[in-house]
Design a protein around this ligand. Structure first.
Ligand SMILES: Nc1ncnc2c1ncn2[C@@H]1O[C@H](COP(=O)(O)OP(=O)(O)OP(=O)(O)O)[C@@H](O)[C@H]1O
Length: 383
């Protein structure tokens, strides 16, 4: 069991301030995923937790004990890297056993730990092979095995699947989910660029941006209730469309007149006096559907991408602005060049003012988060 606390953690390299005032409590057994744009400091934060990077300010505590000056080997942490640098002349078993032998464990202990890791990672048939006789996915499992044999309280993963091809990524991602399920009391922190990994593996996702934490929450909570336009655009693919407009009627249901001519009813309350407020209406591509009635958006389809189970429609790709994208279920041949009218369910829409979601307005008490049954995204956390 291990819970982690980051309190006011910051990192600077001389004058370069990479991270500032990071505050985060991670409970024992949680699977936390760090996401964020390239260079936002995900790996730096992970390496500070591991003890591979000095913490410039603030406190890292594990189980209440300050860890800032504790060497990596004494933190009860194991880290799995993107490049799985195995010793090429050692068998799988010896690669996994290496750290244990250095630590002076007995032969029996080493044997038991490597057998157990081999079983957990389905590597038993390969224990006597050299790394060169393994696939990329198997090699990455050996790298994970090297962490497992040490039985750490906290696992850190730095983009462990990014060197694998698409099919192996899926298979290895599922194995990591199963590994976590087999070790419910072990805490895992995982850095990735991959939306699907973040959405499917995480108990909570931490979105890092601009040197700080933009939002922390369960995957579907971030998807359905982003605090700002950055998180709204970062979580979900293709990104949420942001359509400018102004509020024309307030109440439990807000009416927005869009600059593009459309009209939207949004299930986010506004107050008397909000009439005329400039907003961006957020609508996810997968929440759009064709309509003959009042439309949020009407446009000529510039381009379609038929992906099989869905078709992506692109609008405004030749203009200056950001294209609008709709994702319709099924196959829609012959839509390119046609005018399409689109709407969405009021409960699926988002409203932003000055970049911030109106859901999180000062003085508004949000009801506890409940996933929306009709959420359009196919990605769900594992059961
Ligand atoms: N030794 C260093 N000296 C100065 N700046 C550094 C040093 N190491 C990292 N940085 C800077 O810190 C920032 C964060 O880097 P980090 O690798 O943590 O980002 P990241 O979010 O993991 O990025 P990516 O997604 O591209 O892997 C980057 O802007 C990087 O240039």
């Amino acid at each position: 069991m291990a819970d982690l606390t980051l309190a006011g953690v910051a990192k600077s390299y001389g004058e370069v301030h990479v991270l500032k005032d990071i505050n985060l409590d991670i409970a024992s057994g949680e699977f936390i995923v760090f996401v964020g744009p390239s260079g936002c400091g995900k790996s730096t934060l992970l390496r500070m937790i591991a003890g591979l990077e000095r913490i410039s300010a603030g406190t890292l505590a594990i189980d209440g004990q300050r860890m800032n000056d504790i060497p990596p080997s004494q933190r009860g942490i194991a880290m799995v890297f993107q490049s799985y640098a195995l010793y090429p002349h050692m068998t799988v078993r010896d690669n996994m056993a290496f750290a244990l032998k250095i630590a002076g464990k007995s032969r029996a202990e080493v044997q038991e730990a490597t057998d157990r890791a081999g079983r957990m990672l389905q590597l038993t048939p390969y224990l006597d092979r050299l790394p060169k006789a393994l696939s990329g996915g198997q090699r990455q499992r050996v790298a994970i095995g090297r962490a497992i044999v040490r039985d750490p309280k906290v696992y850190l993963f730095d983009e462990p699947l990014s060197n694998l091809d698409a099919a192996l990524r899926v298979a290895t991602r599922i194995e990591i989910a199963q590994l976590k399920a087999a070790m419910p009391d072990r805490t895992m922190i995982y850095v990735t660029h991959d939306q699907t990994e973040a959405m499917t593996l995480a108990d909570r996702i931490v979105v890092l941006a601009g040197g700080g934490i933009a939002q922390v929450g369960a995957p579907l909570e971030l998807y359905e209730r982003p605090v700002n336009e950055f998180v709204a655009g970062f979580i979900g693919s293709p990104a949420m469309n942001l359509l400018p407009g102004r509020v024309t009627a307030t109440g439990p249901l807000t009416t927005v007149q869009l600059d593009g001519g459309g009209i939207a009813q949004v299930a986010i309350p506004t107050r008397a006096g909000d009439e005329g407020m400039r907003v961006n209406l957020g609508v996810r591509p997968e929440d759009m559907r064709e309509t003959d009635g009042p439309a949020i958006f009407e446009g000529t389809v510039d381009l379609t991408e038929a992906l099989g189970e869905v078709t992506l429609l692109y609008f405004g790709t030749r203009g200056e602005g950001v294209p609008v994208i709709a994702k319709l279920p099924g196959i829609h041949p012959g839509l390119t060049g046609r005018v399409v009218r689109l709407t969405a369910d009021p409960a699926a829409l988002h409203l932003f003012h000055d970049g911030r979601s109106l859901l999180y307005r000062d003085g508004v008490e949000l009801p506890p988060y409940q996933p929306r049954a009709s959420a359009g995204m196919a990605m769900q956390p594992p059961a």
